[in-house]
Design a protein. Structure first.
Length: 475
């Protein structure tokens, strides 16, 4: 992502709106084969499994070849088993070596993939397309002295660290009739280490030549993405289907760590009389910037913050007008929040707020970044689904972000009747909303969606916010 450099902390709004946004998508993938075989091991015997004589897969490959060897005790049913041993390092961490003493005589599943041992600190992750290659795999029976060697095996693979909710699935798909994706899942200990005695799962040809693994529980782990054979290598896509998401107003997925403008959303409290038709209007809409292309357009809300309820909403007060107008007859006399945002990120402006014929705010700016969250219940490694702002790079103004969330469980609109706001619930002056915020208002929900407006309290606290998305994801 390229960052814009700003010369001043006081910025034209159009400069903030020009902040680049990184969009997530189904990840393009090159499926490269790992080496696989079944090998019989005798109970009670001690074995040493090692790789030697490593060579680069490609003459143009910059990094040296490096192996990760995985030994799996398969279940009776195909597609799952127990990881009994893995990894091991030798010869400057590029080769693999480990010992194994089986308790049951049977055929075990051996997988040899690439590793990033040369480019990262321990523990190395499995499946790095930058360190593919060829190797000799040796299985030495320390008890009898017998040794079996597989010469010049080709190994590769690509890994993705995922955090998943229950009932989510990871798909590896291709439109090529030649390509044949093959995927493995190795659970982790909550961080990034794969662990022995964990249940490994794999899939090939779930649908046509596409592969899929689904997860009955929340957790995290490594997906090893490969091809079934060297001759079936090719391109496609991988995705954790239905994972926690944050979308733009045009429904484009936003990546974690994306930079977004936090622009002013106008808020004030007004006393409204009970059993009386209170008239609330936005008026005298004007552009904030001489270069602004779109006409200003307000959306107006009246909110009972004690009950977290939107009691009235209006976009255009009457045909042909972009200003907003409401008549509200509240059940009791008290202070209600009046909130004004732009209809879209490009229809910002200035406006007057008029209540019962009296101008209570004149020339106030309004804007806001429209977002569409898709949060889920459940904890992954102890953390729930949340959207939080964080400080941007030091060459950008931070501002004071504010969230106005109009949640519902079924769509991405703002008409669900509920309201959640957060100003400084995150770290420092950052804002944060979580699945539990909506769950507290609507028990039994299985999704938290609706419209999330990223704003700032005033035009003087506008700036850039870095977005942190906690939940199910894949890298």
């Amino acid at each position: 992502m390229k960052y814009m450099k700003f010369k001043s902390a006081v910025l034209p709004l159009l400069a903030l709106l020009g902040t680049p946004v990184a969009h997530a998508h189904d990840t393009p993938e090159r499926f490269l084969s790992a080496w696989r075989t079944y090998q019989r091991f005798e109970a009670g015997r001690a074995y040493t499994i090692s790789t030697t004589i490593l060579g680069r897969r490609d003459s143009l490959q910059w990094e040296p070849a490096a192996t990760q060897v995985l030994l799996i005790d398969p279940d009776d049913a195909s597609g799952s088993g127990r990881l009994v041993a893995h990894g091991g390092t030798a010869n400057d961490r590029l080769e693999s070596r480990f010992s194994f003493r089986p308790t049951v005589t049977k055929d075990y599943y051996i997988v040899v993939t690439s590793s990033d041992t040369n480019t990262s600190a321990p523990p190395a992750k499995l499946g790095d397309p930058m360190q593919c290659g060829n190797a000799h795999l040796t299985i030495h029976d320390n008890t009898s002295g017998f040794e079996e060697q597989f010469v010049n095996i080709s190994f590769c693979g690509t890994s993705h660290f995922i955090r998943h909710h229950a009932d989510e699935c990871f798909d590896a798909t291709t439109s090529s009739t030649r390509t044949d994706p093959y995927i493995f899942y190795f659970p982790t200990n909550g961080f990034t280490d794969i662990v022995d005695d964990s249940t490994v799962r794999w899939n090939n040809d779930f649908s046509a030549k596409n592969s899929r693994l689904c997860f009955p529980n929340e957790g995290s782990g490594w997906i090893l993405s490969t091809a079934a054979w060297v001759t079936s290598e090719g391109t496609g896509e991988v995705d954790l289907v239905g994972h926690t998401r944050l979308l733009t107003e045009s429904s484009q997925p936003i990546e974690d760590d994306a930079l977004l403008p936090a622009t002013s959303v106008y808020r004030t409290f007004v006393e409204l009389r009970a059993n009386f038709p209170n008239l609330i209007q936005t008026a005298n809409l004007g552009k904030r910037d001489s270069f602004q292309g779109s006409a200003p357009d307000t959306v107006l809300y009246v909110i009972d913050t004690e009950t977290h309820t939107v009691i009235a909403r209006n976009d255009d007060g009457y045909p042909g007008s972009l200003a907003s107008q409401l008549i509200v007859v509240p059940p009791e006399t008290k202070n209600y929040m009046v909130l004004v945002r732009a209809r879209t990120r490009s229809t910002f402006g200035n406006m007057d707020l008029v209540v019962n014929g009296a101008v209570i705010a004149r020339g106030r700016p309004f804007a806001g970044e429209i977002l569409r969250p898709a949060l889920k219940p459940g904890l992954i490694n102890g953390a729930e689904d949340c959207i939080e702002t964080r400080l941007p790079p030091s060459n950008m103004p931070a501002g004071n972000p504010y969230f106005a969330w109009f949640p519902n469980s079924s769509n991405s609109g703002d008409t669900g009747g509920r309201f959640i706001s957060n100003d400084n619930g995150g770290s420092g002056s950052n804002a944060k909303v979580c699945f539990s915020d909506f769950e507290a208002l609507s028990e039994g929900i299985t999704r938290a969606r609706g419209m999330l407006v990223l704003g700032s309290s005033t035009s003087s606290t506008e700036g850039i916010a870095r977005i942190d998305i906690t939940g199910s994801s894949h890298d």
